[in-house]
Design a protein around this ligand. Structure first.
Ligand SMILES: Cc1ncc(COP(=O)(O)O)c(C=O)c1O
Length: 372
C-alpha cells in the first residue's frame, strides 16, 4: 500500500494527547472545519458559505446523508455502475435504490439521470441523487463541464416540484489530473434555488491515503439557511448517536497539513508524483486494451479501470478464470474492476493481452455450449 511521507511525518509531530483525546466538538474542531473549507474551496479561490460536519471517512458522510434525507421505503437515485457499498449503505438505512444508467456510449447519461430523478420526484415528492465524480469508482470516468451543467439544469427544474438533494461523492477529488482546478467547479453550487441542498461527501482518509484513520466530512451548501441548519443538527445528532466524535489525531493531522502552506505544498508535490504514476499505468493499460480489443468503460483518471462485460455469465466465468491466472479483479455491476493503483508498471505491461486471451477462451467455451 502506498503511504505519503509528508503525511506520516506530520502525523509523528501530532502530540500524543491530541491522538488520545476526544475531539472538542461532535461537528469536528474549528481548525478541522477551517481546514476542510480551505482545502475544498479557498484553495480554489472560492468563498462558499457552508456547514461542515466531521464524519468517519466518506462512508460516514454518505450514510448520514441518506439516513437524514429519506424515510424508510423511499428511494435514493444511484448510478447503475457504482461503488459496491452504496447498496449496503442504502439497505442499512432501510432505503430502496432507483438506478440511473451511468453511460450513454462514452458520455455521462444525462437523459437517464433526468428520467430517473423525474420518476422519483413523482413517486415521493423529493429526490436524493448521488453522483461520484471525479475519478468515478469503478470506471475512472470524470464528467465534462457541459455534463455537469445539464445535471444542474435537472436539479434546478425538478426543485420546483419538491426538495432536491444532490450528494456529490468526491472520494477521489485529490487524485484528478486536473489538480486544484477541479475544485473551482464547486462554484456551480453557489446561489441555487431554495429547494436545493447540496451535500459534498469528502474523504480525508482517501486524500491522505490513510484509509484506516477514518476521517472525512459532510459539506452542506444551500441558499435556504433554515433547511441547511436543520440538516446540520440532524447530522450532528446522527454523529452523536452512531459514532460519537471522529478520530481526533487524524483531524488534527489534516488541519496541520491543510492550514500550513509549506506542509501542504510538500504534500501536493508528493501526491502529484502518485497521480503521475497512476496515469502512466493507466495509459499503458488503456492503450494495450485498445490494441487487443478488450472492451473497457470510458476511463479518464483515478485508481480503477473497468472491463465492460454485459453478460453476467461470461463476466462471472472470466472472473474465476482470471483468479486461476493470479489476476484478481473485482466483480462489479456491468464488468470487472482493475485496481491499477496497486499494479506496478512491469505487471501492467501485457496485462490487457493476458486478460483478452482469457476472455476469448471464456467466449469460445460459451459459444460452444450455446451450440450444444
Ligand atoms: C466512491 C467511494 N466513495 C466513498 C468511499 C469511502 O471512503 P472512506 O474510506 O473515506 O469511507 C470510497 C472508498 O473506497 C469510494 O470508493
Amino acid at each position: 500500500m502506498l503511504t505519503f511521507d509528508t503525511v506520516y511525518r506530520a502525523f509523528d509531530r501530532v502530540d500524543d494527547i491530541q491522538k488520545a483525546k476526544y475531539a472538542s466538538s461532535i461537528m469536528g474542531p474549528p481548525e478541522f472545519q477551517a481546514a476542510v473549507k480551505s482545502w475544498l474551496f479557498e484553495s480554489a479561490g472560492l468563498d462558499v458559505d457552508c456547514d461542515i460536519i466531521a464524519t468517519p471517512g466518506g462512508t460516514g458522510a454518505l450514510s448520514s446523508t441518506i439516513k437524514n434525507t429519506l424515510k424508510h421505503g423511499e428511494a435514493v437515485v444511484y448510478p447503475d455502475i457504482g461503488w459496491g457499498p452504496y447498496i449496503t449503505i442504502a439497505k442499512e438505512a432501510g432505503v430502496m435504490i432507483e438506478p440511473y444508467t451511468l453511460f450513454d456510449d462514452n458520455r455521462f447519461n444525462v437523459d437517464s439521470f433526468r428520467e430517473t430523478c423525474e420518476k422519483v420526484m413523482r413517486d415521493q415528492g423529493r429526490v436524493l441523487a448521488v453522483i461520484n465524480d471525479p475519478c468515478q469508482n469503478p470506471t475512472g470516468y470524470t464528467m465534462k463541464l457541459d455534463e455537469w451543467e445539464k445535471v444542474i439544469e435537472v436539479v434546478n427544474e425538478l426543485s420546483e416540484k419538491g426538495p432536491f438533494i444532490l450528494l456529490q461523492d468526491i472520494a477521489y477529488v485529490d487524485f484528478t489530473t486536473q489538480g486544484e482546478a477541479y475544485k473551482r467547479s464547486f462554484s456551480r453550487y453557489v446561489g441555487l434555488p431554495d429547494n436545493v441542498l447540496i451535500i459534498i461527501a469528502f474523504s480525508g482518509s482517501k486524500t491522505l491515503t490513510a484509509y484506516g484513520m477514518r476521517v472525512g466530512a459532510q459539506v452542506l451548501i444551500s441558499s435556504n439557511d433554515e433547511q441547511r441548519t436543520k440538516m446540520k443538527h440532524a447530522c450532528g445528532n446522527t454523529a452523536r448517536g452512531v459514532w460519537s466524535t471522529v478520530n481526533n489525531g487524524a483531524m488534527r493531522l489534516f488541519a496541520d497539513i491543510a492550514l500550513d502552506e509549506k506542509l501542504k505544498e510538500a504534500y501536493m508535490l508528493e501526491k502529484q508524483g502518485f497521480v503521475h504514476l497512476l496515469k502512466e499505468r493507466a495509459d499503458i493499460f488503456v492503450r494495450e486494451a485498445e490494441e487487443v480489443n478488450l472492451p473497457i468503460y470510458p476511463y479518464e483518471e483515478g485508481f480503477f479501470i473497468t472491463l465492460k462485460i454485459d453478460d453476467q455469465i461470461v463476466k462471472n466465468e472470466l472472473h474465476l478464470k482470471l483468479k486461476t491466472l493470479n489476476i484478481f479483479f473485482v466483480n462489479v455491476y456491468g464488468g470487472l474492476r482493475v485496481a491499477i493503483c496497486s499494479i506496478p508498471i512491469n505487471k501492467v505491461k501485457g496485462l490487457a493481452k493476458r486478460v483478452k486471451d482469457a476472455y476469448d477462451d471464456v467466449m469460445q467455451t460459451h459459444d460452444e455450449n450455446d451450440e450444444t
